[in-house]
Design a protein. Sequence first.
Length: 151
Amino acid sequence: MVSIRVIRDEDADTDVQLPSYETQGSAGADVRANLADRGSVVLAPGARALIPTGLRVEIPAGYEIQVRPRSGLALKHGITLPNAPGTIDSDYRGPLGVILLNAGTEPFTVHHGERIAQLVVAPVIRAVFELTETLEETARGAGGFGSTGRS
């Protein structure tokens, strides 16, 4: 188990629950909107907004936190994250905000304390990128988008 240290922003509502796993098998911890100053934010269809969580995190070196959409919000309301999965790097110490996008057809109200995204803690493997003259051949080759079919 990895420990993530968390502090609240000075203006955050301390009654808003910290990120939490809703079931024993959950990979993502639900994070909540902290809109103490506004109460809610209305997202018109096609609009996006940075929703504050009121939190800052300390992620151990060698890990990241991936910010992912909640499937229920996506299916029922078209609410997603335009940069999904977003990445919080281990050396970032600023406010944690979630960019929400309303891809639905109706306005959507984000309420204070509402679960808005999932946080997945994941190990990071860093690579060395080496310039070369050739790449090893494969059966797929340069076939890209849709080249392997639909089924």
